[in-house]
Design a protein around this ligand. Structure first.
Ligand code: FAD
Length: 770
């Protein structure tokens, strides 16, 4: 194997050395600035609570592997976990979390207060309304886990060197060549930074931005309070508290305090650089709340208390992968003890096999746009992420930093009363308040009615009946120059089609997993416009571009709309020199021309299943494009419509969204993107029609058949054209047969659903092709 240097002998660096040597890569050197293995990093101070239930399937799996591996190494105490609720909202949240556990394979149960007190007799059960019990959760002793993994790696050839502070990362022609300390050089083919909260400092040595914020977090150990080592780990998230036992004492952590971002330069220069002085004032309330839940704590005092430093990212996910700007420089940072072994395994696979076995797009180091790397953005969002560690978060809750990226249409959208949501820094209209609500809106459950409006129904119906304008600017646009073989080699399609043709296909990874879904428009012999999902598509194309092929992200300099509905042709025809007749401009075709004075690229595609075009231009012409269409649209009843309507129409047509409906773990056959070949896939992305009860899942909910969890929902919306909620779900192929009855777990209720033939709306695509 190659020569690998790992920076950092915390739990992540040690786990990675173990995973790499276990794969036969034995030339591994791990360097740490501190002494081994109590290095003074976060792992030296973490109490090591592991909760495996998370909204993200990936994160839950990283945690599950950590539990399995450390249990096998004798570094895991399987005491189970209990999360208590003191409010009805929290109890509902625990039911939702129970659902995540069912979806991802982490069994749990929701308990009443008496059952909670049986598990954890020191609780004052009069203040709780229920709890979530996860029997397989527990405790990892982080330093021991680091040591045990290091010992195994050492036995296979790795070396661990303490008291070696890396001061330089060396490189040549965009490739890493090694690292250096003050007086030693360590040449390497691959360097992995597992420097935890020091990640940004190592990144700076390599010229690679590492968007994490070191933050202080309060942790105390109490005097004797009647605890015992068999107590489950405990979370009291209504008060941002967690607990574990140390014999008859407790450890108590709190996230409820003023955010305390830490400047690396201010860390103490002693043996405990990630341990800051305790701030008792900010802990007072938390201590009182701890005593309310566990009255025995009222007689105890604090024996040891400190503010420990850990790493927080803007979105709460780790940073994993190879830097885009420096080949051979890898990162595994902002990883909790909980995910340490899982993340190390995934990165080791990625390094050794070219791809991780599980989908890591949420954790990919290269997932950010330039603005999302801005220190101000990282800081403000990470502070919010930390403050909401224990919050009840709705997937559509708005982030703290807004208006980072706006399309040129933004002022017009605001005039129309757009209510914006945010995605990857973009402001996206969800609906427009100036569109009228329906006369008799359907009832909708409280959770799915958040960040939602009945106006979406009007917008969806008017798109099908007349014509609507959707902002497509947040899609990623990439100009590729080079022979068609380049894109054909990376996708599931042959893009060597006549100039003017558009192909919808997916980017495939080396194992045939779906890296992204894209439209590829051939605009010239060697000129392509790729429509994709985000920075990861750009990164993927760039990584694979041979000399002579150019890959340019033109998203920021361009903008576009989707103009869709039966009246779309009548609307654009008088405005353009392009022949937009049914014969002159067929589906899946591209033309360049003018719309009024605006130079445009017209793609005859539809995200909603109606006649129309995606219309792109340079950002400078954006307002003019909007105004031209808006003016001409008056007589056709044109409306502006938002994401909520879009998602409903999209699901009615069965159009997939990458990252939600499908990932690298899925192939095009399973995802239903092409007819299955001879081999019947084991599972399929499946369309479900729900009983119309007013409940509309949002995604990630478990699907049950015969009382057993069999799959999970990827996305759902009310379908107004079909008169019922629609969900897409991964199901075993044997169940993915129209007519099969299943149930969706939603806040402790079971929603009846039936597998339906798809697409639900206009299966012959007559409306598209007219
Ligand atoms: P670290 O352990 O910090 O290791 C990074 C290493 O890099 C350090 O040893 C450092 O010395 C070394 N290094 C840095 N710069 C250099 C350099 N220039 N040259 C050489 N070496 C360098 N997580 C959980 O999952 N559950 C919990 O209950 C939990 N509780 C926590 C409570 C507290 C109070 C704190 C502080 C953290 C807690 N965490 C918890 C988070 C957890 O501790 C960290 O996420 C985890 O330990 C990170 O491991 P790491 O190996 O990435 O980082």
């Amino acid at each position: 194997g190659p020569t690998v240097v790992i920076i950092g002998a915390g739990i992540v660096g040690c786990a990675l050395a173990d995973e790499l040597t276990g794969r036969g890569w034995t030339d591994v050197t791990v360097l740490d600035q501190g002494p081994l293995f109590e290095t003074g990093g976060s792992s030296s101070h973490a109490p090591g609570l592991v909760f495996q239930t998370e909204p993200s399937r990936t994160m839950s799996r990283l945690a599950r592997y950590t539990v399995e591996k450390y249990a096998g190494l004798g570094c895991f105490a399987p005491v189970g976990s209990l999360e208590v609720a003191t409010t009805p909202a929290r109890l509902a949240e625990l039911h939702r979390r129970f659902g995540f556990g069912q979806s991802w394979g982490v069994p749990s149960s929701v308990l009443d207060p008496a059952a909670c007190a049986t598990l954890f007799p020191l609780l004052d059960k009069s203040i709780i309304v229920g709890g979530l019990h996860v029997p397989s959760d527990g405790l990892v002793p982080p330093v021991r886990a680091a040591e045990v993994q290091a010992a195994r790696a050492t036995s296979l050839g790795a070396r661990f060197l303490g008291n070696r502070a890396v001061t330089r990362v060396t490189s040549r022609s965009g490739r890493v060549t090694g690292v250096a300390t003050a007086d030693e050089e360590f040449p390497a083919d691959l360097v992995v930074s597992c420097a935890g909260l020091w990640g940004p400092a190592i990144g700076a040595m390599a010229g690679v931005p590492i968007p994490l914020l070191p933050m202080a977090h309060q942790y105390v150990r109490t005097t004797a309070a009647g605890a015992s080592d068999d107590l489950p780990i405990l979370r009291h998230q209504d008060r941002d508290l967690y607990f574990r036992a140390y014999g008859d004492r407790f450890g108590v952590g709190s996230h409820r305090h003023e955010p305390m971002p830490v400047d690396l330069a201010d860390l103490p220069g002693d043996a405990h650089p990630s341990k800051l002085p305790f701030t008792p004032d900010t802990f007072r309330q938390s201590w009182a709340a701890a005593g309310e839940l566990i009255p025995a704590l009222r007689g105890a005092t604090l024996e040891d208390a400190f503010n420990g430093v850990l790493s927080v990212t803007a979105d709460g996910f780790p940073l994993l992968g190879e830097a885009a700007s420096l080949r051979g420089f890898w990162v595994a940072e902002a990883v909790r003890v909980t995910h340490s072994a899982g993340a190390a395994k995934a990165v080791a696979e990625w390094m050794a096999d070219g791809r991780p076995a599980i989908d890591l797009h949420e954790c990919d180091l290269n997932r950010f746009d330039a603005a999302q790397l801005a220190p101000d953005y990282v800081r403000r969002r990470a502070i919010r992420t930390f403050a909401e560690t224990d919050g009840i978060r709705h997937p559509a809750d708005p982030p703290p930093v807004r208006n980072v990226r706006v399309s040129p249409f933004h002022p017009r959208q605001a005039e129309l009363g757009a209510v914006f949501g945010e995605a990857a820094g973009w402001e996206r209209p969800l609906w427009y308040a100036t569109n009228p609500p329906p006369e008799a809106p359907r009832p909708r459950d409280e959770w799915s009615a958040r960040h939602w409006s009945p106006i979406a129904e009007t917008e969806a119906r008017l798109t099908r009946r007349r014509v609507a304008l959707y902002d497509m600017t947040p899609l990623t646009r990439i100009n590729v120059t080079g022979p068609p073989s380049f894109l054909s080699g990376l996708t599931a399609a042959d893009v060597d089609r006549p100039v003017g043709t558009v192909v919808y296909t997916c980017l495939l990874d080396p194992a045939g997993g779906i890296r992204g879904d894209v439209t590829v428009a051939r605009l010239g012999e060697d000129r392509f416009r790729v429509g994709g999902n985000g920075p990861l598509d750009v990164d993927w194309l760039r990584r694979h571009a041979p000399p002579g092929v150019s890959v340019r992200d033109v998203t920021g300099g361009t903008c576009g709309v989707g103009l869709w509905g039966p009246a779309a042709r009548e609307l654009v025809a008088p405005l353009t020199d392009v022949d937009v007749s049914a014969e002159g401009f067929r589906y899946y075709r591209a033309r360049e021309g003018y719309l009024g004075t605006v130079p445009v690229l017209l793609l005859r595609l539809s995200g909603v299943g109606e006649l129309g075009w995606e219309i792109y231009t340079e950002a400078q012409y954006g307002l003019r494009l909007w105004d031209t269409l808006w003016e001409a649209g008056r007589e056709h009843g044109l409306i502006a419509a938002g994401r909520l309507a879009f998602d409903s129409l999209r699901l009615e047509k069965g159009y997939r969204t990458w990252g939600r409906d499908m990932t690298t773990e899925d192939g095009p056959d399973q995802a239903g993107l092409r007819p299955a070949g001879d081999r019947v896939p084991d599972r399929r992305l499946t369309c479900l029609l729900l009983a119309d009860t007013g409940d509309v899942p949002l995604g990630r909910e478990p699907v049950y058949a015969g009382g057993f969890p069999v799959g999970h929902v990827t996305g759902a919306a009310y379908g107004w054209s079909v008169g019922a909620p629609i969900a897409y779900a991964w199901l075993p192929s044997a169940l993915a047969v129209p007519g099969t009855q299943v149930e969706i777990g939603y806040f402790g209720r079971l929603l009846l659903a039936t597998v339906a033939a798809e697409p639900l709306f206009d299966p012959q695509n007559e409306r598209l092709r007219r």
